[in-house]
Ligand binder design. Structure first.
Ligand SMILES: C[S@@+](CC[C@H](N)C(=O)[O-])C[C@H]1O[C@@H](n2cnc3c(N)ncnc32)[C@H](O)[C@@H]1O
Length: 221
């Protein structure tokens, strides 16, 4: 989806995806992370997962393209960051930097290992792949593969539902889609699956159930 779509949602406070506490599956799976890992959190919004991961001793880098979201995050967490610039031209990212935690403000689809300051050990994608227009998925996962060290991990939390009833975001990403997008370059372990009630907009469209899936992927080469 375009920047204007998300910017409007942030301005109107339509951020039902935001959780006030660390995601329970992140808390459950984090012990698998290497110690003091470099962790990239794409499409991070203002998730408290960022500070939770930093407080676990990891070096965390988030990416979010709506300035409002970044400012809310810094304000709500009481963080005063120094501002640097990474990249150039169309791929120019303001970087809000604090010890152990940086937020790159820009389009995650344009991110390179150079802008990220090197490859990472773990990528934590919660509601990021599902937030992207399906036409962008291949470019996004190719980017994730480039940003991750060989043998590195992707912790993916996605939603699936009957896409014929309503358009996203979140777009439906089921097990078959994960396999076809990532299966050739990652080994995929499904850690957990559970049912969720759809939000009111989805329920009105007849989507009574959503499946939330947690996968642990490991880069093969
Ligand atoms: C569904 S929210 C998920 C936020 C966060 N992962 C969480 O769990 O709370 C998606 C977020 O990604 C941002 N976003 C969407 N497309 C993006 C892109 N191409 N690059 C960077 N941020 C993007 C939106 O502004 C929004 O804050």
């Amino acid at each position: 989806m375009k920047h204007e779509f998300w910017s409007e949602r942030w301005q109107q406070g339509r951020i039902g995806f935001h959780l006030g506490q660390p995601h329970d599956w992140l808390v459950a799976v984090e012990p698998r992370f290497p110690k003091s890992a470099r962790v990239y959190v794409p499409l991070c919004g203002k998730t408290v997962d960022l500070v939770w991961l930093r407080d676990r001793g990891h070096e965390v880098i988030g990416c979010e393209f709506v300035a409002h979201a970044v400012q809310d995050f810094l304000h709500e967490q009481g963080i005063s960051a120094t501002l640097e610039h990474r990249g150039s031209g169309a791929a120019s990212f303001p970087c809000h930097r604090t010890p152990g935690l940086s937020i790159l403000q820009g389009d995650a689809l344009d991110l390179s290992p150079e802008i990220l300051g090197g490859t990472v050990d773990v990528i934590f994608d919660r509601a990021a792949l599902v937030a992207l227009d399906p036409a962008c998925r291949q470019r996004y996962v190719d980017g994730l593969h480039r940003l991750l060290k060989p043998g590195g991990h992707l912790l993916l939390i996605a939603f699936a539902y009957d896409q014929s009833r309503i358009a996203g975001p979140p777009w439906s990403v089921d097990a078959d889609t994960i396999e076809s997008l990532l299966g050739d370059r990652f080994s995929i372990e499904t850690i957990a699956v559970r049912s969720e009630e759809g939000n009111p907009r989805f329920q009105e469209a007849g989507v009574t159930e959503m499946e939330e899936r947690c996968c642990w992927l490991t880069r093969k080469d």
